[in-house]
Design a protein around this ligand. Sequence first.
Ligand code: TRP
Ligand code: SF4
Length: 403
Amino acid sequence: MGGIHTQGRVLSGMRPTGHLHLGHYHGVLKNWVSLQQEYDCFFFVADWHALTTHYEDSGIIAESLWDMVIDWLAAGVNPSSARLFIQSQVPEHAELHLLLSMVTPIGWLERVPSYKDQQEKLRERDLATYGFLGYPLLQGADILIYGADKVPVGEDQVAHVELTREIARRFNHIYGRETGYEEAAEAAIKKMGKKNARLYRQLLKRYQEQGDHEAIEVARALLAEQQNLAISDQERLLGFLEGGGRMILTEPEALLTPASKMPGLDGQKMSKSYHNTISLRERPDDVQEKLRTMPTDPARVRRTDPGNPDICPVWQLHQVYSGEDVQAWVREGCTTAGIGCLDCKQPVIDSVLGELQPIQERAREFEQDPGRVRAIINEGGEAARAVARATLEEVRAAMGLNY
Ligand code: TRP
Ligand code: SF4
């Protein structure tokens, strides 16, 4: 797929391995909701990725999958702005994964930090498998097949996007050199007309001689404007800019998801493995109960003991949910023993319930209409497949497989 979209393209995936909770909402989902307004977005259920770690209890995938899609929709991910689909329903991902595997040095995969880290962390699972080693390459295929230029991910996934860039570069280097490439590029430059051709050459020179990255950006924009250049010519000239061959696969950029400030009930990061979550479908009574019983400053044993918000997980929640006035009330009341911990928690309880209420209401609507959810996923899948097929056609042709 070419690197030219009038609007940047965003792709991201999520593994269906359990309930989504407020950590996901404040981290990933709100971010998706804002990205969908600005970019051409593709969001998918990474069921094959879940299988790489959960192949022995694969039932969890089907169990979580529809709830997860419903949670996306309930959180405001909008199927008329973003394409939503399921990875395994676009089998082209697997074909691209296979083709890319031919040019991927094993050492590159072994060196990805998550490979060893996850094996250490998930000791109860045997992750010494071919599939798990290939995890980041499968992710690379997910990204490259849509020509995505931006990939919203957490810190732990940045290395996977980095690997994807290296694979794209290697692929373009190996398969992007047509015979007569320089001549074809020269001919394409001429097609832009005198003025633009001169501008393009100047920009190219500025980049090649002075390493001026801004020149590349300007040249990219210039190419994107050329209505009379065929896509193949645009790609050729893009590749020319980067000093390699024709650009068949687009190098993506990681778009670091702002770290969720949402702490768990114990003050650590909210995470299923710490058992400190509030799920998006948590019943209001249970939300209340969980927050009422969550730990506070351990030194504040009696109501009359003053406390220290800085070591209290409830204070972290106030930083997410409360305005300055309430925060001032907490600090004052806590440090002077003017308020009790239950008093202190009440505004947080109200805020969390208020936040979940519309989400849960929308989730119920979608739950009652599974046909609608399936239709959204089918439509998203069709749109995704059309893009994926076009990329594969180019990839097959570049590799000489278009008999
Ligand atoms: N590996 C990602 C995670 O665990 C999920 C994922 C799969 C993904 N393919 C992707 C994310 C492509 C971004 C782009 O969170
Ligand atoms: Fe924590 Fe609030 Fe109790 Fe202070 S009053 S210890 S901030 S819960």
